[in-house]
Every structure is written in C-alpha cells, then in structure tokens.
Design a protein around this ligand. Structure first.
Ligand code: GLP
Length: 260
C-alpha cells in the first residue's frame, strides 16, 4: 500500500485528484468508482477546477458510486444521488447515461444489486475506485464483520455510522438504517484504489487499516490485499502510524527511484 502523508487537506485532495487526472489522460474512457462523504469533497473540487481551467475531459467517462441510503428520494439533500450531482456531476461533462448510483428506492434490491454488479463488468470493470473511511474503519457501507468476499447488497448500518452521519440530518432518527453498498469484494476488483482521509477522528481507523491485521472488523484493512492501493492522508489522520518515518522516506526517495 502506498501511504502519502500531506501537510494539509488541500494538498492531499490535489495529489489524489492528480492520480485521477493521470488515469483519465491515459484512458479517456476510464471507469471511475465514486465515493461520498466529506473526505473526497476537496478531490472533487480539484477535478472540477481541472475540468474548468485545464480542459480535463470527462465526456467518455463512466462512473459507479459505492453506495446509497435506502428510503431517501433522490431529491433528498442527504441522498448520495443529490450529493454527487451537487458536488461533482453537475460541474463536469460526464454523459448522464454513464452515471450509475445504487438505487435506494427499488422494489427488488436483490435484482438491482445483481444488475449493478453485471453493469460494472459490462463496462469493463472499475479503473480507479475513490474511497473514504468511516471512523469504525468501514469502506463504502461495509460495516465491521462484512465479508471480504461481499458483493453489492443491502446492509444494515451500524449504530456508530448512524450516529456519525446524524450531523447531516435534523435528528438521529432521520438517518436511514439501511443502505445499498458495493461489497468489499466488488471494491477489491477495481484496478486501482485511492483512499482519502483527514482529521484526528480518522487516526485510529487509518492506523488499523494500514498497519493492523487484515480483519473484517476493519473492512478498510482489505486494502492491504490489493496490489495497487494508495492512501492520501493529512497530518492529524496520520498521528497513530508506527511506520511514519518509512512512508516519508519512500516519498522523499520517489523522484530518484528506478522507473517501474
Ligand atoms: C459514509 C460513507 C463512506 C464514507 C464515510 C466517511 O459512511 N458510506 O463511503 O467513507 O461515510 O465519511 P466522511 O468522509 O464524511 O467522514
């Protein structure tokens, strides 16, 4: 796993956005895996800036979002549909038909999840999956004890996740209890993983993800089993890392490293 520790949130967002831009420059019709939450907001803002100022083109891009709450209409301000359109899609030129977000209102979840998995495959698989991390170490809505082999499915949210996300709702009772989420196995199938995390609240989960045992108790630890995972974090989120010096050393020596 590549660990990049940045001085500020702004810097980590820019570095992560550069990775996405590099993928798009190499493969203009790349399939991007999208994440919601506050962590990737800076990354999206930077991609929007690159689209506006540097003509970064999304016209051939296809996207798949990680997850969605069950029961919120797409017009609800806290739905992930709404979040993605407001914070990213409406500012770039991805054809609307190329955008995929799990449905939080289908009347057949099992069939929908199967369709979603097949659709990812039909589109050639995900080239780069953007990820955040929950305070309990989850990725997407793969709560602790989710199988490492799990695929897109309906999930019951953990109490901590409901409490963590209550800040976005009027009251905790308004937070949906169920969500539809890509599985850990679905995420691991992406060719490249790009996780962003910031702030001291994430320090414990980040350390467990990078340096702890691979365990379903911290589903983000699955990144240790991926051959091309990069993690961009800020100083507060890096606070509990034991191998900190090594990560900094690798980055310092990167410009002189033999080309791979
Ligand atoms: C939710 C999302 C995750 C996200 C997490 C952290 O649970 N399903 O994809 O990583 O929140 O959110 P934030 O970035 O706001 O801390």
């Amino acid at each position: 796993m590549e660990v990049v520790i940045c001085k500020t949130y702004d810097e980590l967002s820019k570095q992560a956005a550069n990775v996405v831009a590099e993928v798009l420059n190499e493969k203009p019709n790349a399939v991007l895996g999208m994440a919601t939450g506050s962590s990737p907001l800076g990354l999206y803002q930077e991609l929007v800036r690159m689209h506006r100022d540097e003509a970064l083109d999304f016209s051939q891009v296809t996207t798949f979002n990680l997850d969605e709450y069950v029961g919120l209409p797409v017009t609800h301000e806290q739905s992930y549909h709404y979040f993605m359109h407001e914070n990213f899609f409406k500012h770039v030129n991805i054809p609307i038909g190329n955008i995929h977000i799990p449905s939080g209102s289908t009347n057949n979840y099992r069939a929908f999840c199967e369709w979603y998995e097949n659709r990812i495959e039909e589109c050639g698989g995900i080239d780069v999956q953007i990820l955040g991390i929950g305070a309990d170490g989850h990725i997407a809505f793969n709560e602790p004890t989710s199988s490492m082999a799990s695929r897109t499915r309906l999930k019951t949210l953990a109490r901590q996740t409901i409490e963590d996300n209550a800040r976005f709702f009027d009251k905790v009772e308004d937070v949906p209890i169920y969500a539809i989420t890509m599985g850990v196995g679905t995420i691991l199938d992406a060719r490249r993983l790009l996780l962003v995390a910031n702030g001291e609240k994430k320090a414990d989960a980040v350390a467990k993800m990078i340096e702890g045992p691979v365990t379903t108790m911290i589903t983000a630890s699955a990144l240790q089993m991926h051959s091309r995972a990069s993690v961009f974090i800020d100083e507060p989120a890096a606070a509990n890392l034991q191998m900190r010096d090594y990560y900094d050393w690798i980055q310092a020596k990167k410009p002189d490293a033999p080309k791979q």
